[in-house]
Design a protein around this ligand. Structure first.
Ligand code: MN
Length: 248
């Protein structure tokens, strides 16, 4: 395979050792967005990725942590000029986080507005049980000309997916999604030009160990099977999509 691999959403700072996870990913030559879940984690992530070739850090405030961390939004704002990449951000309306949904909405709205003002940001967005709400806020605050949205591990309905496509969103897809009927049905309606790959490492597994960015090769294989393409063709397509997303 000649094209480089792309892991558009993982958490290298949740690996046992961030510095070695970054250098391993550089060695494997996987273009990687490593997200953060709290702004307090930013300085160290930024420090370890400011001169790397393949790994970029994203500045996040995870919706599942908003209840305890909403005050860190001022820190998030302070760091925003240091990066083009924002995430993990979004909404989670699952049973464990539903009670903070109103607070999450306020924070996400604020993040989208700040990104729109800054311009040229690329966001990796969580939308568990909240796809319509997430899309409502994106439509209102961050239309495609103001920034690039990549929906991470999207589990919304097909009509929500179609709406996201119309709103210019990309989708980062992982191997675990493609093991489910729902994930494969989503893949069937996604335009090739909107697909990116991810691992969400270390939250997904491969043969009983947590994934790492180079495991996106499994996603490439799964997409190749579903689309009747060769893995090399899929890898080239994902690389072209990455370039397009970054061009903005
Ligand atoms: Mn994640």
């Amino acid at each position: 395979m000649n094209s480089a691999l792309v892991d558009f959403h993982c958490h290298l700072d949740l690996f046992p050792d961030l510095a070695s996870a970054v250098s391993e990913t550089e060695r494997d030559r996987v273009y990687t967005i490593t997200v953060t879940t709290t702004p307090k984690a930013w300085p160290r992530n930024h420090e370890l990725t400011r001169t790397t070739k393949y790994v970029r850090a994203a500045l996040g405030l995870h919706p599942q942590l908003v209840l305890e961390r909403s005050k860190e939004i001022s820190l998030w704002e302070q760091y925003l000029p240091q990066t083009r990449y924002v995430g993990e951000v979004g909404l989670d309306a699952g049973p464990r986080f539903f009670r903070s949904l109103e607070l999450q909405k306020g924070i996400f709205e604020h993040i989208l507005q700040r990104c729109a003002t800054a311009g040229g940001k690329i966001l990796t967005v969580h939308s568990v049980r909240a796809a319509t709400l997430v899309l409502d806020l994106i439509e209102r605050y961050l239309p495609p000309e103001k920034g690039c949205i990549v929906l991470h591990w999207f589990t919304g309905s097909k009509s929500e997916a179609r709406r996201a496509i119309d709103l210019g969103c990309y989708f980062s897809v992982n191997a675990q999604m493609l093991r489910t009927d729902r994930g494969r049905e989503l893949m069937a309606i996604l335009p090739s030009a909107r697909i990116l790959t991810e691992t969400d490492a270390p939250f997904t597994q491969v043969s009983d160990r947590p994934t790492r960015p180079s495991d996106v090769s499994l996603v490439i294989e799964a997409i190749a099977n579903l689309r009747r393409m060769t893995p090399a063709e899929v890898a080239a397509m994902i690389c072209a999509n990455l370039r397009k997303a970054l061009r903005g």
